[in-house]
Design a protein around this ligand. Structure first.
Ligand code: 13P
Length: 339
C-alpha cells in the first residue's frame, strides 16, 4: 500500500468514523448562537477542543475535518490542533472548498468553488499537518433539478480537487451531497444519487485519481424530508446499498456517509441497518457533523462548567455510531450507553 492508501484505510478503519468539525465561521456562528453562546475565535476553538479531547475519542473517531481557522489554532496547552489530534490517535483533515456559489445560467443551482490556488493551499495545509481533505458539492432535487449541467460541473470540480490532493499526498474526501430537503420520493433520491455518483466516478477516472486513495462521502438515499411517504429504516438501507453497488467501484476503500440533517438516532439507525446487510465491498462508515455535534453543543451552551456534560454527550453519540459501524446499534443503546 502507498501512503494514500494507508491513510484512506485508517480513515475508514473498523469500528471508527470521522468527525466533521469543519463548519465555516458563518455556519458555526449560527450554531453557537442557537444555543445562546457567543461566536468568537476562542469559543469556536474551545468547543472543538473539548470534542476532540473527550476521553477515549481516538478509539471511535479515526479523523477530524478542520476548518482553516481551527487548523491554525492550538489547544489550551499551546499544542497546535493537528498535533493535538495526532497525539490522541486521530488523523487531521481540512476542508478546502471555498463554498457554494450560484451556477451561471442554472436558476437556483450551485457550483462549489475553490480550485484557484488550490495546489499552493494544499501544500501549506500539508505542512500544517493535514493528511486528508474535504470538498463538498451540493445538488438539490426539484421538479427539473439537478440539471445534467449542474451534475457535470460539480463532478468535474470534485475530480480536479481530488487529483490535486493526491498529487500533494493528501487523501481526498469526495463529497457529492444530494440534499435531503424536498418532497421527493426515495425512488427519486435513488435515481439522482446514482446519476450523480456515476458522473463523479467517470470524472475521477478521467482525472487519473487513484480510487484506492479516496474516501467517498455521499448522502444516504432517503425520501425528502417533506415527502408524505417516509420509508422504513430497512428501506433506506436497501435503496442506499443498491445505488452504491451500481455506481461505486469496489476499489474504493470506504464510504463515510454525511448525516444531512437526520435526527441523531436515525443517522445511527440507518448506518447500522446498512452495515447489518453485510457483504459490501467497501467499509461503510460515517463522517457526521450535526449528528455528532448537536447534542454536545446543546449541553455545552458556551459554559465551561458544562464541559464534562458536553463530552459525555459527544462520547455517547460517537459510541452509538461506532456500534452502527458493525450493525449493532439499536435504539435501546440510547439509554444503555448513557447509563
Ligand atoms: P452533516 O453530517 O451535518 O451533514 O455534515 C457533514 C458534512 O461535513 C457536510 O459537508
Amino acid at each position: 500500500m502507498n501512503a494514500l492508501e494507508t491513510t484512506a484505510a485508517e480513515m475508514v478503519a473498523d469500528g471508527k468514523g470521522i468527525l466533521a468539525a469543519d463548519e465555516s465561521n458563518g455556519t458555526m456562528t449560527k450554531r453557537l448562537e442557537a444555543v445562546g453562546a457567543p461566536s468568537t475565535p476562542d469559543t469556536r476553538r474551545r468547543f472543538r477542543e473539548l470534542l476532540v479531547t473527550t476521553p477515549g475519542a481516538g478509539h471511535v473517531i479515526s479523523g477530524v475535518i478542520l476548518y482553516d481557522e481551527t487548523i491554525r489554532q492550538s489547544g489550551s496547552d499551546g499544542t497546535p490542533f493537528p498535533q493535538v489530534l495526532e497525539r490522541l490517535g486521530m488523523i487531521p483533515g481540512i476542508k478546502v472548498d471555498t463554498g457554494v456559489k450560484p451556477l451561471a445560467g442554472a436558476d437556483g443551482e450551485t457550483v462549489t468553488e475553490g480550485l484557484d490556488g488550490l495546489r499552493e493551499r494544499l501544500a501549506e495545509y500539508r505542512s500544517l499537518g493535514a493528511r486528508f481533505a474535504k470538498w463538498r458539492a451540493v445538488l438539490s432535487i426539484g421538479q427539473a433539478t439537478p440539471s445534467h449541467y449542474c451534475i457535470a460541473v460539480n463532478a468535474h470540480a470534485l475530480a480536479r480537487y481530488a487529483a490535486l490532493c493526491q498529487e500533494a499526498g493528501i487523501v481526498p474526501i469526495v463529497e457529492p451531497e444530494v440534499l435531503m430537503d424536498g418532497e421527493h420520493t426515495i425512488e427519486r433520491s435513488a435515481q439522482v444519487t446514482e446519476e450523480t455518483l456515476r458522473a463523479v466516478f467517470a470524472e475521477l477516472l478521467d482525472h487519473r485519481v487513484l480510487l484506492e486513495g479516496i474516501v467517498l462521502k455521499p448522502n444516504m438515499v432517503l425520501a425528502g424530508y417533506q415527502c408524505p411517504q417516509q420509508p422504513s429504516v430497512q428501506e433506506v438501507a436497501q435503496h442506499t446499498l443498491a445505488v452504491l453497488r451500481r455506481a461505486v467501484p469496489a476499489a474504493v476503500p470506504g464510504i463515510a456517509f454525511l448525516s444531512g440533517g437526520q435526527s441523531d438516532e436515525l443517522a445511527s439507525a440507518h448506518l447500522s441497518a446498512i452495515n447489518a446487510v453485510g457483504d459490501a465491498p467497501w467499509e461503510l462508515s460515517f463522517s457526521y457533523g450535526r449528528a455528532l455535534q448537536a447534542a454536545p453543543l446543546k449541553a455545552w451552551a458556551g459554559q465551561e462548567a458544562n464541559a464534562r456534560e458536553a463530552q459525555a454527550a459527544f462520547e455517547h453519540r460517537a459510541r452509538c455510531n461506532a456500534q452502527a459501524r458493525n450493525g449493532r446499534y439499536s435504539p435501546k443503546l440510547e439509554h444503555a450507553l448513557a447509563a
